[in-house]
Design a protein around this ligand. Structure first.
Ligand code: ADP
Ligand code: MG
Ligand code: MG
Length: 939
């Protein structure tokens, strides 16, 4: 802990003593209250107990550090003076709230206690001062309930049950319909409940209430919800919470009072209009809890125009001050506005982009600030899949529209209905697409929400827990779907006479609020038409240094990548062409004949060499043998199979390369030669074994049996104990040289044909899995020969560089040697991570890696976020060595990390030329690259 017990440590700050620089000490909420008070905004008077006091409280073994309490009481005296009321005064009592709030906002995760200072005496003082029995009783009822739950730990549902039963008995629906007498009776019952629960009288001394509440807020810093939340968002656990103590203002003083939440811009769209909700005759808690459905804040414009005007004015001043969209809590007490909180508003990605771009246009932000303001993840939302409108129309016509709720968080999701968070967490983490359906959500549901594809609730408004959390997570959410009846016992839900059982599929559209039965396919988003995003990404291009390329195998992927702003193709895999169904038999023919045909060819080559080294008679004999062998070869069905298969595959490859190269005209396209182990193209050993055995037992089809046995033997030959480290990558190219030659021939043929048509083609050939410089040298020699041949045949020249992937640690360590034969490097960080850690990703992620992360053995999954210390060190080494040997060496990354913002920062820092990621990731990478350029030196 930072502060040890001392004589004159300052733990408590009046609002007038705080300022913007004190957020570590006063927490977000506390600091902003101070700032607002000092701006002259209508904030009730109060003070802040520092986060250091909270930390000291823990350091002292959950004891107040010396002088803390004295400082609290002293500050309270100042508030009393300002309010002209005294705390605990039986004539005209001051009531206060004790509110939690750390440096980083954790909405709803910690505790707050309102209406502190009430007991049987002061409640009469409240009647005395306000003349309203009902108001006093209502406030007292709220106080006992909240204090009982939060400070004394009584089960909240017990209070709820009493309240509900009472309403039922007197025949009313809403809390607001209860009379003063009713409320007094409820208070008595509440007090009895508490007494039974804690086995003591309710603490009636106001100062004691205050002290206990401060402790409860301190403790809530380490409550389960708060700890879970910090773990998820990687917020440090030692920051501590501040406690803001402030005079109560009352939204529950009748119809000209109320409480609300307002956003300075629409948090879903970013539109510049005051957006929010207001609940008349209520305290703030009621709005967030979603108990009564609130009205839109616009209605205040008619009901209390002066209040509304002032609120709009406050919103503008706050935005100008914070230069960001604000989320404001306010209360109206008898037509007077009070501001109780402001913070940066959680918003959808779309709103984040729009607000940032608009603020540049309004002169509030510079372009650079706007670029830093939007989180790369925010773009993920704009690039979210949507439902296809036409399919949606069809589904509607089929009567599959189940219900309609609030469009609380945009995006489309389909999945199985799951009715509780625990089960959602379980199914969701096993990879199932699920929709969490709840009457309403609370902090207890967050673990289920984290893994859900979408969230649907029956109650609550656009600022309810479900809506706020979903927007924060960037997940689609439909909230307040009031026609929905959820039967948690029976595990089903109904709406409009339709029944959906748990585990059945539904589709929710968080942009429109619609809920459909069954699955609706989603369609890929488009960038065109989103002028704000286009503007932002345009600014990104002005500042970024890294190129952003895409990994794309097909012309359609390349076209999408181009639309999203890709400046090249960093990885075009060739094997997908082989995997396509109708091609598989050809590929299998190639593989099954490769060994024998290659052996034949090798024998011939050896003979030819020998002939060159001999003279006279012996040479004559060898020549005869060669002629004979050539005859044999020409007659060999295996060799013919091999040649035919290669020729056929070449045709498909040429076609496919022409597609990608012409889409990417004028831009580089890196084509990688075949990489996976060849047996991946063959049927599984086990399956063929079973088939062979069946043929054998039936014994009625000897031809089929022989064919099956052949296949089995071939597969057996290709089988490897550890294919990831077996015959793959350039090793295949070196063992079966014709396969790589065929591919290079195809690439150059495609390129030359297009070049002849006047298309600016820029192919580059990439050799995978090089570990030793000689691998690169041998492959390169072969390939260059073929390239020259093709160019001679076609009568054109195409500039085609040859480079390699760096994905084996050895290659990184001797990158200078490799650079002699490679004109570019592309870091294949998926494999590089596997080989550096000695993890096989498929095994590791399934078996132990996620646990490693959970238990803190690894800080992060290294397949998602680049391991800078280890893998990163190899990259740095390779960059330095490579550039030393070849100054104009081109350097990029094409592993999945190429799309991860934090890894992109690293790529910027080590001086790569470009990152290459999935086509959808291109906009995110452009923004991340810009942010990296803007924050150079920040690490
Ligand atoms: P949370 O982090 O859960 O929003 P807050 O500390 O903001 O907790 O308080 C909960 C609710 O009580 C909010 O709606 C807030 O506006 C309201 N509130 C807090 N203090 C006061 C007060 N002094 N007077 C009136 N309402 C208050
Ligand atoms: Mg709040
Ligand atoms: Mg690889």
């Amino acid at each position: 802990m930072t502060k040890k017990v001392g004589v004159s440590l300052k733990w408590v700050y009046l609002f007038s003593e705080g300022n913007a620089s004190m957020i570590d000490v006063l927490g977000g909420k506390g600091t902003h209250l101070c700032e607002m008070a000092n701006m002259g905004l209508p904030v009730p008077p109060g003070f802040v107990i520092s986060t250091e006091a909270c930390n000291a409280y823990y350091a002292e073994g959950e004891q107040f550090p010396p002088t803390l309490w004295d400082q609290v009481v002293e500050a309270l005296r100042v508030v009393e003076k300002e309010m002209g009321k005294r705390f605990g005064d039986p004539q005209n009592p001051l009531l206060v709230s004790a509110r939690s709030g750390g440096k980083v906002s954790m909405p709803g995760m910690m505790d707050t206690v309102l209406n502190l200072g009430l007991n049987e005496e002061t409640v009469r003082g409240l009647v005395n001062a306000t003349g309203s029995e009902r108001f006093a009783a209502d406030t007292y009822r709220r106080f006992i309930q909240m204090f009982g739950k939060t400070v004394l730990g009584i089960d909240a549902s017990l209070f709820e049950a009493i309240l509900e039963q009472f309403k039922l008995n007197v025949g009313v629906h809403l809390d607001t319909e209860l009379s003063a007498e009713n409320l007094k009776e409820i208070v008595s019952e509440f007090r009895r409940l508490v007494k039974a629960g804690i086995d003591k009288e309710f603490p009636d001394d106001p100062l004691k209430q205050l002290r206990l509440s401060i402790e409860a807020v301190f403790k809530s810093w380490n409550g389960r919800r708060a700890v879970d939340y910090r773990n998820f968002y990687k917020i440090p656990h030692d920051l501590g919470t501040a406690v803001s103590i402030m005079a109560m203002v009352f939204g529950n003083m009748g119809d000209d009072s109320g409480a609300g939440v307002a956003f300075t811009r629409d948090p879903a769209t970013g539109d510049k209009t005051l957006y929010g909700e207001y609940l008349a005759n209520a305290q703030g808690e009621d709005v967030v809890a979603g108990i009564r459905t609130p009205q839109k804040v616009d209605l205040l414009q008619q009901e209390m125009p002066d209040v509304y005007r002032e609120l709009v004015n406050v919103a503008e001043r706050l935005e100008a001050n914070y230069r960001d969209v604000q989320d404001i809590e306010f209360t109206v007490e008898q037509a007077k506005l009070y501001i109780l909180q402001t913070r940066a508003a959680k918003r959808t990605g779309r709103a984040a982009v729009k607000a940032a771009v608009d603020m540049v246009r309004e002169g509030l932000l510079t372009k650079e600030e706007a670029l830093l303001r939007v989180k790369p993840d925010d773009l993920r939302q704009s690039l979210f899949p949507k439902f296809d409108e036409r399919t949606k129309e069809e589904v509607r016509n089929q009567g599959r529209l189940l219900a309609r709720g609030l469009n609380a968080s945009p995006g489309a999701a389909t999945g199985k209905v799951v009715l509780d968070a625990d089960r959602a967490a379980e199914l969701g983490s096993s990879g199932e697409s699920i929709i969490l359906v709840r009457p309403e959500t609370s902090a207890e549901d967050v673990h289920g929400m984290l893994v859900a594809a979408g969230i649907l609730t029956a109650r609550g408004g656009a600022t309810s827990h479900a809506a706020v959390v979903a927007r924060g997570l960037g997940k689609p959410c439909v909230a307040g779907c009031e026609e929905l009846r959820i039967d948690l016992e029976g595990r089903y839900m109904t709406a409009g006479g339709m029944v959906v059982k748990e585990d059945e599929e539904i589709s929710i559209d968080g942009s429109t609020g619609e809920v459909f039965i069954g699955r609706i396919p989603t369609i890929a988003p488009k960038l065109s038409g989103d002028s704000d995003l286009i503007a932002l990404l345009g600014w990104a291009n002005e500042v970024k240094r890294l190129g952003v390329w895409a990994n794309a195998d097909y012309p359609s992927d390349a076209a999408r990548a181009l639309e999203f702003g890709a400046e090249g193709i960093g990885l075009c895999r060739t094997e997908h062409i082989f995997f396509e169904e109708e091609r598989l038999p050809i590929v299998q023919k190639m593989i099954l004949s490769a060994t024998e045909a290659t052996a034949f060819q090798n024998e011939l080559d050896r003979l030819k060499e020998e002939i060159e080294r001999t003279y006279g008679d012996r040479q004559g004999k060898l020549k005869q043998r060669l002629a004979k062998m050539q005859e044999e070869r020409d007659a060999s069905p295996v060799v013919a199979d091999y040649r035919d298969a290669l020729a056929e595959l070449a045709k498909f490859q040429i076609e496919s390369f022409k597609g990608v190269l012409s889409v990417m005209a004028g831009k580089p396209v890196i084509i990688r030669l075949i990489d996976p182990p060849l047996h991946e193209f063959l049927p599984s050993y086990e399956r063929v074994l079973v088939a062979t055995t069946e043929f054998r037992i039936r014994g009625n089809d000897p031809a089929k049996l022989a064919e099956s046995e052949n296949l089995l033997r071939a597969i057996e030959r290709m089988r490897e104990a550890n294919p990831m480290m077996g015959l793959r990558g350039c090793r295949v190219g070196l063992m079966f040289t014709d396969i790589y030659k065929m591919q290079v021939r195809a690439i150059l043929t495609a390129a030359c044909e297009l070049a002849k048509e006047g298309i600016d083609v820029r192919p580059k050939i990439m050799v995978p899995l090089v570990g030793h410089q000689n691998e690169m040298r041998f492959v390169r020699e072969q390939l260059e020969k073929v390239a020259l041949e093709v160019e001679a045949e076609m009568g054109t020249m195409v500039d085609c560089k040859i480079g390699t992937m760096i994905e084996i640690p050895r290659a990184a360590l001797i990158a200078d040697e490799i650079a002699h034969y490679a004109e570019f490097f592309s870091f294949g960080t998926n494999d590089l991570t596997q080989y550096t850690f000695g993890f096989s990703r498929d095994d590791a992620e399934g078996k132990f890696l996620l646990q490693y992360v959970e238990r803190g053995i690894l800080p992060e999954n290294p397949f998602q976020v680049l391991d800078r210390d280890g893998v990163g060190k190899l990259i740095k080494t390779a960059v330095e060595l490579g550039r030393k040997a070849r100054p104009d060496l081109e350097l990029g990354i094409c592993g999945e990390h190429g799309g991860d913002p934090s890894s992109i920062h690293f790529c910027h820092q080590v001086g790569l030329d470009y990152v290459s990621c999935s086509p959808f990731g291109v906009p995110i990478a452009r923004l991340a690259a810009a942010q990296a350029a803007l924050s150079v030196g920040e690490g």
